[in-house]
Design a protein around this ligand. Structure first.
Ligand code: GTP
Length: 211
């Protein structure tokens, strides 16, 4: 099994949208109704998927200043932006967070998941699924709607999907930069190898082996 290192995940969003609920649901499979915490909490756990062991750190944030938000953005490789489907203002805040993220970090350095929580409260819903989908398309991030209260599978699927993408982003960033060859350059290289493009003068210069 290969260990490719660490993924730092930050869970952001308005207060009371269920940031702690989704984090704890993902980590323990349990739903705990009330969390009394007014500080950020850092969790660590190891995940194995596709036979690769990865150390995952998850920072469950609480409301913080702009400076502290910038620190979180700098720190993270993966971001879960949570809103509640029954709270329109939390959706607006999610949009604002996505905007800040896209302005402060290069796309090759992170992956993002937009997570609409509390879908079990469908009767009081004020954020349509389409609105979430459109927002995620605008910012090129993943999108899931879940209920931390009702369902472990959805939360788990959403986190795993984000972690997979983050790992891919990290792997891509680790690749050596190669000079990109355009179509013309490729045909030129092939022509040089097979001698099709070379002029008469060039042909004379080509090394030849006489026995
Ligand atoms: N119905 C329903 N309630 C939920 C769900 N997830 C969380 N809650 C409830 O929403 C409230 C807030 O949940 P938290 O997980 O503490 O939310 P938070 O975003 O971490 O809140 P802060 O730490 O205050 O920012 C609690 O009463 C939870 O029981 C859900 O999926 N469905």
């Amino acid at each position: 099994m290969t260990n490719i290192g660490r993924i730092r995940t930050v869970v952001l969003g308005s207060s009371r949208v269920g940031k702690s609920a989704v984090t704890v649901r993902y980590l323990t499979k349990r739903f705990i109704g009330e969390y009394s915490s007014n500080t950020d909490l850092l969790y660590r756990h190891d995940v194995t998927f596709d036979s690769v062991l990865t150390e995952v750190e998850i920072l469950d944030t609480c409301k913080c200043s702009t400076t502290c938000l910038f620190d979180h953005i700098r720190w993270g490789d993966a971001f879960v932006i949570v809103y509640s489907v029954v709270d329109w203002s939390s959706f607006i805040e999610a949009e604002d967070l996505l905007d800040k993220l896209s302005k402060l970090k290069l796309p090759s350095y992170f992956a993002t998941l937009l997570l609409g929580n509390k879908r079990d409260l469908d009767h009081s819903r004020c954020v349509a699924v389409d609105a979430g989908q459109e927002l995620s398309l605008r910012f090129g991030c993943q999108f899931y709607e879940v209920s931390a209260a009702d369902n472990f599978a959805g939360v788990s699927l959403a986190f795993h999907s984000l972690l997979r993408e983050t790992r891919a982003v990290q792997l891509l960033r680790g690749l050596p930069i190669r000079r990109k060859l355009g179509v013309n350059s490729v045909s030129k290289v092939l022509g040089t190898i097979f001698g099709k493009n070379s002029s008469k003068r060039d042909r004379k210069k080509r090394p030849s082996l006489s026995i």
